[in-house]
Design a protein around this ligand. Structure first.
Ligand code: NAD
Length: 302
């Protein structure tokens, strides 16, 4: 198990990584940070982190590395590319990669690092920027049981629900299965609500009916896509904040790649991917993913 004296290197201080690193500092860990963006590092330094000039510098003496990067190519290049950290991490160091990437890249990076006796877990998250800030993220881990156990105190400083899904790559598979289902639920809820509106029903009343009926689901409970049905959700704030359409599109791309490799039948996911792609191409990529509601709106198309 990692104790509070463990030296943590944190790489990738974007929307998610920055608040996660803040929570590690709050929990009393010693944290060194690196990002390509200087201002992102400055903010963490003000909160007590040490900043490094390069990724190689930041892992000097680190017992544990947390990375939170955009995509698989960034993770692959950071750890096993030219000048990869594989040649600079100490033996037995533990890498926690929380980026959402394809399971194949996670497995490949894990296998390469293992050859140098460096441990790796994939630990993608659910919960968005709000969860990262509040320290209530869900972590879905793939890796060896002993490495999962070793990572737990660090993950608990950034999250609330922590699952061990299986061996390397299983965290990524579980995460994109969940997000594929979420996209389908959001689309189904949106088209049902819009059809109710087209037929003169009040979306609030319709939502209450479905919440007490067999159509009940997470989007109706916590994330209604119709503006002004629910307070404090992106739909009631011009679809600002929350989980971007383009990130959902990225996750659906990962889901389709995974389904293709495992020869799984994913017609609902494939349709969701097409609809989110259209929605993004219409200039909505930066909006919250619940804005897909507008794709079904007669008003929007007039
Ligand atoms: P982001 O684009 O805000 O942040 C990525 C950060 O990584 C940036 O600060 C960038 O400068 C840095 N970076 C890129 N390459 C680097 C390198 N080689 N070395 C150091 N720093 C580097 O992205 P984000 O929203 O924080 O998302 C990060 C990951 O988390 C993604 O895989 C995303 O899919 C996943 N995720 C995001 C959310 C969300 O709501 N934003 C929710 C769940 C999961």
């Amino acid at each position: 198990m990692q104790n509070k004296n463990a030296k943590i290197a944190f790489i990738g201080l974007g929307n998610m990584g920055a608040p996660m690193a803040h929570n590690l500092l709050r929990a009393g860990f010693t944290v060194a940070v690196f990002d390509l963006v200087q201002t992102a590092m400055d903010k963490l330094q003000q909160a007590g982190a040490t900043q490094a000039k390069t990724a190689i510098d930041v892992v000097q003496g680190a017992d544990l590395v947390v990375s939170m990067l955009p995509a698989g190519k960034h993770v692959e290049s950071l750890y096993i590319g030219e000048n990869g950290l594989i040649n600079h991490l100490k033996k037995d160091a533990l890498v926690i990669d929380s980026s959402t990437i394809d399971a194949a890249t996670s497995k490949m990076v894990a296998a390469n690092l293992a050859e140098n006796h460096i441990r790796f877990i994939d630990a993608p998250v659910s919960g968005g920027v709000a969860g990262a800030t509040a320290g209530t993220l869900t972590f879905i881990v793939g890796g060896k049981p002993q490495d999962y156990a070793s990572a737990l105190p660090v993950l608990q400083a950034m999250g609330k629900n922590i699952f061990h899904a299986g061996d390397h790559g299983a965290g990524q598979v579980a995460k994109i299965c969940n997000n594929m289902l979420l996209s389908v639920l959001m689309l189904g809820t949106s088209e049902a609500l819009q059809m109710a509106i087209d037929n003169g029903l009040d979306p609030k009343v319709m939502s209450d009916i479905m919440l007490q009926s067999s159509g009940r689901n997470w989007t109706l409970e916590l994330y209604n896509p119709c503006p002004d049905v629910m307070p404090n959700v992106p739909s009631s704030n011009d679809y600002q904040g929350g989980f971007m359409v383009d990130l959902m599109k990225k996750d659906l791309g990962l889901a389709m790649d995974t389904g293709l490799k495992s020869q799984s039948s994913t017609p609902m996911g494939a349709l969701a991917q097409s609809l989110y792609t259209i929605h993004s191409q219409q200039g909505n990529g930066h909006l919250d993913f619940s804005s897909i509601f507008n794709l079904f709106s007669k008003q929007e198309k007039q």
